[in-house]
Design a binder for this molecule. Structure first.
Ligand SMILES: [Zn+2]
Ligand SMILES: [Zn+2]
Length: 147
């Protein structure tokens, strides 16, 4: 059974083009940063990364692009246990679903993937007749460095 097949695993840019979204230079830049980011970026961090490559990019473009990606269901919006107040973080939905482990002391975010998680999603879908399109699990605690 294909439990993770509901979400496209194509690169974001390709996915957007196939949906008929017009890709401007700045949109492409933002999408590439989100796609390639090692961590989880909030809107301001994303804006700062983009400005290094294109100083003319403004915050409004960043917010609009994020809103567009959300509308298309291509990014996850995370609050990561509110470690940093009300900030929201964005992550491309092209990776496998994972659980976020947030260290409440140092703020480190670790990602945890497990086939059990995939199984659990399958079980939910079967037993509840529910089709999961997005799933978000976070755990707060202490990382190995802070324990
Ligand atoms: Zn820590
Ligand atoms: Zn993540």
């Amino acid at each position: 059974m294909d439990v993770e097949g509901h979400v496209s695993r194509r690169p974001l840019e390709q996915e957007l083009v196939s949906r008929g979204v017009r890709m401007t230079h700045q949109r492409r830049l933002l999408v590439q940063i989100i796609q390639g980011a090692a961590g989880h970026l909030d809107a301001i961090a994303l804006w700062q990364c983009a400005k290094d490559q294109d100083p003319t990019i403004n915050k409004v473009t960043v917010y609009r692009t994020l809103a567009m990606l959300k509308r298309h269901g291509l990014v996850d919006e995370l609050d990561l246990m509110h470690l940093d107040g009300g900030k929201h973080y964005y992550e491309a939905k092209t990776t496998r679903d994972h659980i976020h482990l947030a260290c409440l002391k140092c703020g480190r975010i670790q990602e945890f993937e497990s086939s059990l998680f995939e199984k659990l999603k399958g079980q939910i879908e079967r037993e509840q007749q529910f089709r999961i399109s997005t799933v978000r699990v976070e755990a707060g605690g202490l990382c190995d460095r802070c324990k």
